[in-house]
Design a protein around this ligand. Structure first.
Ligand code: ATP
Length: 376
């Protein structure tokens, strides 16, 4: 059985690095980097440093193309998403993104949602798994959320009909529902996962969620070796708290996936841990489940693990498995030792100390590998 994270493994073919490799050289991977705001710059700074170190140890180099987005970008360029950022993602096809604040109520539209729609990143892939050594209420969790990323209530079609009455349009299409269901089933088949639950509220939203379910059911028939079930979203919340081990893959429409992602993060230790990938046919943007966490921004307290594990998914996507394994091993060693953890998971360390601990653990792994080679 493959590791889950291998699901996002692509090939370097078609990228600059792939072309250079074919020519016998190793070009730098060109990656668009959006540090984001709130805790974004802190966590992305730590992640870039760790990736650089992993790259040096494994012969991989990165060419980071950095961009602001959201309010920070608007201040400088009068654009919430600068044209150059769009062009960079289009050219590089891979981006690592920190959180960008979306104002509640008025203000600009979500940068996150806009980017997902613009590049048709229809699959939001979020593996939820315990880290070794970290005590949580729920040990042994290993599930994946596959969330439809472009439709549902996120289409942004809201209006005030008359003062005091507002509506939002929920859009579900056969095409969108079928392709996300197919993504989930193909993933399950490739990785060897056994069961998919489609999550819905079709008892109330008979047309929209009804269509989502009908498409999922139709796709399920093509994958008889994978068990298929349907759970209503409110019941799913209760089931996740009572018995999360029953779930393997959760296939959800957009909003339910958002809510269940935070819930599932809580099962394994919180938002500081859980990674994510937004995947389309052309491009991929890797970002943590968490938001900009304004309550701890600028204090050096943020846990970079979620973005770091997102970066591991990215490394697999660009086919840099050794670098990915090294970073993951570094993370797991630090959690196993349990001495340099951030406050959100019960430790006392800040972002920098955690980063240093991961760098140290990776160095120890590198030294062990070199010793093994020397011993033959
Ligand atoms: P959004 O809706 O923008 O995704 P959210 O509602 O998920 O955001 P967050 O900004 O992620 O909210 O923060 C929720 C809580 O989790 C906050 O108390 C925050 O401090 C904590 N949190 C989120 N990310 C981290 C992190 N990387 N390290 C430590 N704590 C975090």
């Amino acid at each position: 059985m493959m590791a889950d994270s291998e699901m996002v493994a692509g090939t370097a073919a078609g990228t600059a690095a792939g072309a250079a490799e074919a020519a016998g050289t190793r070009a730098a991977h060109r990656i668009t980097l959006i540090p984001g705001d709130g805790i974004g710059p802190e966590v992305s700074g730590a992640v870039v440093e760790i990736l650089e170190a992993a790259g040096r140890a494994t012969g991989v180099s990165f060419d980071w193309h950095r961009f602001d987005a959201g309010a920070d970008s608007y201040e400088k360029t009068r654009e919430y998403i600068p044209k150059a950022l769009y062009e960079s993602i289009e050219a590089n096809r891979v981006a690592l993104k920190g959180p960008v604040t979306t104002p509640v109520g008025g203000g600009f539209s979500s940068i996150n949602v806009t980017l997902r729609k613009k590049f048709d990143l229809y699959a939001n892939f979020r593996p939820v798994k315990n880290l070794p050594g970290l005590q949580t209420k729920y040990p042994g969790i290993d599930l994946v959320i596959v969330r439809e990323n472009t439709e549902g209530l996120y289409v942004g079609l809201e209006q005030e009909i008359v003062p005091g009455v507002a509506t939002a349009l929920k859009v579900v299409t056969e095409k969108g529902s079928t392709r996300i269901a197919r993504f989930a089933f193909e993933y399950a088949r490739k990785i060897g996962r056994k069961k998919i639950h489609a999550i819905h509220k079709a008892n109330i939203m008979k047309k929209t969620d009804g269509l989502f379910l009908a498409c999922a059911k139709r796709v399920a028939e093509e994958f008889p070796e994978i068990a298929y079930a349907e759970h209503i979203v409110d019941n799913t919340c209760m089931q996740l708290v009572m018995n999360p081990w029953q779930y393997d893959v959760l296939l959800t429409e957009n909003l339910y996936g958002d809510i269940l992602s935070d819930l599932c993060s809580g099962l394994v230790g919180g938002l500081g841990l859980v990674p994510g990938a937004n995947l389309g046919t052309e491009c991929a943007i890797f970002e943590a489940v968490h938001g900009s966490a304004p309550d701890i921004a600028g204090k050096g307290l943020a846990n970079p693990t979620a973005l770091l594990q997102s970066a591991v998914l990215m490394l697999r996507h660009i086919d840099e498995m050794r670098a990915a394994d090294l970073v993951q091993a570094g993370i797991e060693d630090v959690y196993r030792a349990g001495k340099t953890l951030t406050r959100d998971v019960g430790g006392k360390a800040g972002t920098m100390e955690f980063k240093e601990a991961v760098l140290g653990a990776m160095e120890a792994h590198g030294a062990m590998a070199a010793e093994a080679v020397a011993r033959g």
